[in-house]
Design a protein around this ligand. Structure first.
Ligand code: SAM
Length: 271
């Protein structure tokens, strides 16, 4: 048990789950009774990995810290259905990993370091084989993700994620659920793919458009969009999309975003 004496690495967001209730709640959201295999991001000492594997779930967990990877692997000894992979999750193509294992679909679980939150969340819509993702985020970020497009707290994360995913809060966790204790509360969210008729098929293109549109959120959309290369002029774009570009970006609902992006992308295709 030499690793239990190693100090947790703050730079890797090492706050380990110690609350049985939280561990059970997260596992039940990940498993959801459909027997999907699981990819886990950052197993740490195996707080989630070991009970899931012991219940028979197929699981592969990606850990960047060699000593922790060894410790978790030691706890999984004898369980053929579980594997710890020493890797930086940012270099892992989860869909390709799933294909290599013969998994058509998988659930994704992660009590992830807060530094990775945006990267991981923004990657979710393009994961084709991911059927469900259960991700822990800082409470404020979770609240932002859940904000309704068209409301004051709207932004890139809620518009982009809600375009492709249904998002539900599972639980809120206080710092006492972890060792060492983080400074902030956390929220566990479940993301499930949804098919919205008008959501752009090119999700990466849509994300880059949203980044431009929200680049000057206090200003009118017409101003922010001027920087988008090759964009039609304002009256033309308003006519094509039916969206008033005198609005600020947080005022637009999902369908308005879809219509606006369709108009912009349509003009790009015509060139
Ligand atoms: N799942 C464990 C738990 O709930 O107790 C550990 C969670 S801890 C918040 C985050 C884990 O992610 C740590 O084990 C850390 O070493 C690992 N980690 C940090 N950055 C990572 C990265 N880029 N790729 C893979 N794992 C990473």
């Amino acid at each position: 048990m030499k690793n239990e004496r190693r100090p947790a690495k703050k730079s890797l967001g090492q706050n380990f789950l110690v609350s049985d209730g939280a561990i059970k709640g997260i596992i039940s959201a990940v498993m959801a009774d459909d027997g999907l295999p699981v990819f886990e991001i950052g197993p740490g000492r195996g707080a989630l990995t070991v009970p899931m594997a012991a219940g028979g779930t197929q699981i592969a967990a990606f850990e960047i810290d060699e000593a922790l990877a060894e410790e978790a692997a030691g706890r999984l000894e004898g369980l053929e259905n579980a594997e710890i992979v020493l890797a930086d999750i940012r270099d892992v193509d989860l869909d390709a990993e799933a294909a290599g294992r013969g998994w058509d679909g998988y659930a994704l679980a992660g009590n992830i370091p807060y530094l990775l939150t945006s990267t991981m969340l923004l990657g979710l819509p393009s994961l084709e084989r991911c059927r469900r993702a259960v991700i822990m985020v800082q409470k404020e970020v979770g609240e932002r993700v859940l904000a309704a497009p068209g409301s004051r707290n709207s932004g890139i994360l809620p518009v982009y994620l809600q375009s492709y995913l249904a998002i539900k809060k599972v639980m809120t966790l206080k710092p006492g659920s972890f060792r060492p204790k983080p400074k902030v509360d956390s929220i566990v969210l479940v993301f499930t793919p949804v098919s919205r008729e008008n959501a752009p098929g090119n999700c990466e293109g849509f994300l880059s458009f949203l980044k431009s549109a929200f680049s000057q959120r206090r200003k009118k959309l017409a101003n922010a969009l001027r920087a988008v290369p090759g964009i039609p002029e304002r009256t033309e774009l308003e006519k094509l999309s039916g969206v008033d570009l005198g609005c600020r970006p947080e005022e637009l609902g999902l369908e308005e975003w879809f219509a606006l992006y369709a108009a912009v992308a349509g003009c790009e295709d015509d060139r």
